[in-house]
Design a protein around this ligand. Structure first.
Ligand code: ZN
Ligand code: FE
Length: 256
């Protein structure tokens, strides 16, 4: 079985478009559909025919091109059961723990309520891949539009429990601002400091910061580290619950 191939490109101003291609079966999934033209350009450049869209959540910057791609490719749109009514052209709904095949590759659905009520991430355990969209970013997490900080903390914990080596593709290039914020929360974390320096250089060159890994996020992403004693000391919250510390970090980021 050949490895899956991935093409990442920018859509809109800071959304990532991602095409996931299985060379054995010829299938190609578009992870969300932020903008038609760059998606078509990537598919043409690679000579891939889009057969699926894996939708993570209903926001316009993730579903805008659903109907146009469906019209063009007659692709199957898979998306979250808990917000299916808001997803244009959805064919098949999925929920937590559901599994389906993409060629011979297993895809597992992880529900991660927080950013939206029904947000799902797509995990390919055998390929060690996670598509986390607007739940987990490099050094960040999604804003809480439809669910509480408690819900988001538990959603992020599900992702943190995945194997360290899992490669994570996320929804937005917010990493530079996330890095600058993370340093205010976790200023003595040497791994974070060197990562932030790398990110400054990458972004100055115009390079994308996607993908990341679960291991790297656990070491440096303050939104996964609400139980860290140094962060708690910085926030003056030594004995509060992890959920409360997480909520405080999220609130500070909203105002950063
Ligand atoms: Zn969103
Ligand atoms: Fe988004």
């Amino acid at each position: 079985m050949k490895s899956l191939e991935i093409d990442v490109f920018l859509c809109r101003s800071d959304n990532f478009g991602v095409l996931l291609h299985c060379p054995d079966s010829g299938l190609t999934a578009c992870i969300d559909a932020p903008e038609l033209e760059p998606i078509l350009a990537a598919a043409e450049r690679r000579d891939w025919t889009i057969t699926h869209i894996f939708t993570t959540h209903h926001h316009g910057d993730h579903v805008e091109a659903n109907l146009a791609l469906k019209e063009r490719f007659n692709c199957e749109i898979i998306g979250p059961r808990n917000e299916a009514v808001a997803i244009p052209g959805i064919d098949r709904t999925v929920g937590d723990g559901d599994e389906f095949a993409f060629g011979k590759h297993l895809v597992r659905v992880i529900e991660t309520p927080g950013h939206t009520a029904g947000h799902v991430c797509y995990h390919l355990p055998e390929d060690k891949l996670l598509f986390s969209a607007d739940t987990l970013f490099a050094l960040g997490c999604g804003r809480l539009f439809e669910r509480s900080a408690i819900d988001m903390w538990h959603s992020l914990q599900k992702l943190a429990e995945l194997p360290d080596e899992t490669i994570v593709y996320f929804g937005h290039e917010y990493t530079l601002s996330n890095a600058r914020f993370a340093l205010t929360i976790d200023p003595d974390n040497s791994r974070l400091k060197s990562r932030a320096e790398d990110i400054e250089i990458m972004r100055a060159r115009g390079d994308f910061t996607v993908p990341t890994t679960i291991a790297l996020e656990k070491e440096t992403n303050p939104f996964l580290r609400a139980n860290d004693p140094d962060i708690r000391r910085t926030l003056g919250m030594p004995t509060e619950s992890d959920e409360d510390v997480f909520a405080e970090i999220r609130k500070r980021k909203d105002n950063f």
